[in-house]
Design a protein around this ligand. Structure first.
Ligand code: SPD
Length: 284
């Protein structure tokens, strides 16, 4: 008889979430983290770094469309995009769908994540050989430190604010992100859960006070703790709603599965408790 195997992710020492799986496809300890890919029973293949779920076939489109199309359609004409992290390839897959893109640079600290994703997440890791992609294996925080006025959009597709990604949530890092962006640039970063991490969200907003517009936007998925998750957006010039053009989205003719004009506008709405708490640090 087949034994039931469950992968359980524990979150903040307070809740846990389990996925039934058939087998382990990949497991390796890199210099930075423990990387595992499992074949789940109903959620497709799943990437897990240091026991935290990063992505899975079944719902990855939600996260990857929301971390890319919201900023790229908030900008007037995104041509040069930097993705920090994003080793599974989902974010670059979406960025490179945009016709305006001239160059996409992806800086991932861990080569093992990319190698494992290419082999075991073929639906996500589709774009590593794209001619407009420049892929670098180095520390994103060091990479950005000397870049000035280069990017239209910076996308920080990181893991949790501890472990190998810790530096990507610091004050100095965000000062460097600001300098690396052109005068109309904007940045987006994975922003945890409004239900469990409001203080963390406030601390991230404090790091981007120099930007004209700053806020979080929300969405729900299946594989991060309890569903609702968020992204930080900070913009030097474009207001993500007032400068947003439904027409441009329509004309782009991209085959979205989650993102659309309504979602773009709705995701900036906040329930009262988080609105009240984040409002002093937001500007939208
Ligand atoms: N709880 C996990 C949050 C991780 C966000 N990044 C995932 C990377 C997907 N490309």
């Amino acid at each position: 008889m087949k034994k039931n195997k469950w992968f359980i992710e524990e979150y903040q020492g307070s809740l846990s979430m389990g996925f039934k799986y058939n087998k382990v496809l990949f497991e390796e300890q890199s210099p930075f983290q423990h990387i595992k890919i499992i074949e789940t029973k109903d959620h497709g293949n799943m990437l897990i770094n240091d026991n935290v779920i990063m992505t899975c076939d079944r719902d990855e489109f939600i996260y990857h469309e929301m971390i890319t199309h919201v900023p790229l359609f908030s900008h007037n004409k995104p041509e040069t995009v930097l993705v920090i992290g994003g080793g599974d390839g989902g974010s670059i897959r979406e960025v490179l769908k945009h016709q305006t893109i001239k160059k996409c640079i992806m800086v991932e600290i861990d080569e093992v994540v990319v190698r494992a994703s290419r082999k075991h997440l073929p639906k996500i890791a589709t774009s590593f050989d794209h001619p407009l992609l420049e892929l670098k294996f180095e520390d994103g925080a060091s990479y950005i430190a000397d870049k000035k006025n280069q990017f239209d959009v910076v996308i920080i597709d990181s893991s949790e604010p501890f472990g190998p990604s810790k530096a990507l949530f610091g004050d100095q890092f965000y000062r460097n992100v600001y300098e690396s962006l052109k005068e109309d640039g904007l940045v987006v970063a994975q922003g945890e859960s409004m239900f469990y991490s409001l203080d963390f969200q406030k601390s991230l907003l404090k790091r981007v006070q120099k930007f004209k517009y700053r806020t979080f936007y929300n969405y729900s998925n299946l594989s991060y703790p309890n569903g609702p998750w968020s992204f930080l957006l900070a913009s030097k010039k474009y207001h993500p709603l007032k400068d947003f053009s439904k027409q441009r989205v329509k004309q782009a003719k991209l085959d979205f599965r989650y993102y659309n004009n309504d979602i773009h506008q709705a995701c900036f709405c906040h329930p009262q408790f988080s609105k009240k708490s984040l409002e002093p640090f937001c500007n939208l």
